[in-house]
Write a protein that binds this ligand. Structure first.
Ligand code: PLP
Length: 380
């Protein structure tokens, strides 16, 4: 049997990893400025994470949600403490798309309404509602097409106000990334998020903060929406939550009430995933990784701004993007194959940096040095 060929693959086989370094089968060392697509939060194979998973595995890996699973409660307690949202409620699932799917479904149950506002360049995942709310027609199958999603321009508070004025009573939810990831690292303005909050309150809609990529401390605060001082009704999370162990979830404001059977999943919240997620939160706290994200992120952003050949350096913490001109269009590939550095991209010309929150200043400095070398190669 062959693999279903949906991914453009780099011809590299990574066989082991530690912190922000990964090695291929020929023992070549790479610097990981991509974090496996923003997933590696506390660093590859962190010893505390490995230990927690290993010891849980020896006890029990999985049982269904038909029994008490105290480690879910432990995780909810810890998340409440780290986010400061102690009165929110946790629902666990397995991925970012699923988290958004459940968030939107819950908003619709809660309001009894069908319409959802999403924004230009948004990416929310590939399940049916999540992909319908994603601004990329090429990944929306005919069966996913629906009139229930309305796209408005990102960061345009006036357009949002106007839409609510005319259709406010039909809106179940507004879903927004605090920093758009796949869309090219576009930071939501504080005033825009405040306008979303105000209109959701006024018209009884649910504010869903998609924090799958920009959450979990990556921005330097636990949720990037925290910069605006707004509280969302639902935060969706995945990626950094398990440091590579598949887990997703939503945290839900107390004003949304649970009913037996309204949401559900077989694998979500299994013992092993919770053990991984607990280890992640413990390490984020113990090693002050949000502070590190701010510190190293500021260094990276300032260093990038001093490089003339690139432009529009943007982002927060360790979620950074910049534009590269046409003549540097092979930069990402060169960094990978010549300089052994993984980075991310957003089409057509954005480079994305999404390293582990535990990346050191030395590693960040090495990246900047190598990036400058790579760019010099293109100078006339
Ligand atoms: C903002 C955002 N939401 C949702 C998703 C979907 O997450 P997953 O791939 O885990 O389903 C992604 C993935 O890149 C994302 O960046």
């Amino acid at each position: 049997m062959k693999l279903f060929d949906v991914y453009p693959i780099n011809d590299i086989n990574i066989t082991h990893a530690k912190g922000s370094k990964v090695w291929d089968e020929n023992q070549n060392e790479y610097l990981d400025m991509y974090g496996g697509h923003a997933v590696i939060s506390i660093g590859h194979t962190h010893p505390h994470w490995v230990h927690n998973i290993e010891s849980q595995l020896k006890k029990i890996a999985f049982y269904s949600n038909s029994i008490k699973i105290p480690i879910q409660e432990e995780l909810a307690h810890k998340l409440g403490a780290v986010t400061g949202k102690k009165n929110y409620q946790l629902f666990l699932c397995n991925s970012g798309a699923e988290a958004n799917e459940n968030a939107l479904k819950l908003a619709s149950f809660h309001t009894g309404r069908k319409k959802i506002i999403a924004f230009s360049k948004a990416f929310h995942g590939r399940t049916s509602l999540a992909v319908a709310a994603t601004d990329n027609p090429s990944i929306i199958a005919p069966v996913n097409q629906t009139d229930n999603i309305v796209f408005l321009p990102f960061n345009d508070a006036d357009a949002l106000e106007l839409y609510f004025k005319n259709h406010g009573n039909e809106i179940a939810a507004v879903i927004v990334e605090g920093i758009q990831g796949v869309g090219g690292i576009n930071v939501a303005e504080n005033s825009f998020l405040l306008t979303i909050r105000k209109n959701c309150d006024q018209y009884g809609a649910v504010y869903v903060a998609d924090s799958v990529q920009c959450g979990y401390g990556r921005s330097g605060k636990f949720f990037s929406h925290d910069f605006a001082g707004v509280e969302a009704d639902i935060y969706s999370m995945a990626k950094g939550m398990g440091n590579g162990f598949p887990i997703g979830g939503i945290i839900i404001s107390p004003k949304l009430k649970a009913k037996h059977g309204m949401l559900g999943t077989t694998f979500g919240g299994n013992h092993l995933a919770c053990a991984a997620a607990l280890a992640v939160l413990e390490v984020i706290e113990k090693e002050h990784l949000m502070h590190n994200a701010t510190k190293v992120g500021e260094f990276l952003a300032a260093s990038l701004k001093s490089i003339e050949a690139i432009s529009a350096v943007r982002g927060r913490g360790l979620m950074i993007g910049f534009d590269v001109p046409e003549k540097l269009k092979n930069l990402k590939k060169d960094l990978l194959f010549k300089y052994k550095i993984f980075t991310g991209e957003a089409k057509p010309n954005v480079m994305r940096l999404l390293p582990s929150l535990a990346i050191t200043m030395e590693e960040a400095a090495l990246f900047i040095q190598q990036l400058k070398h790579a760019i010099e190669h293109y100078q006339d």
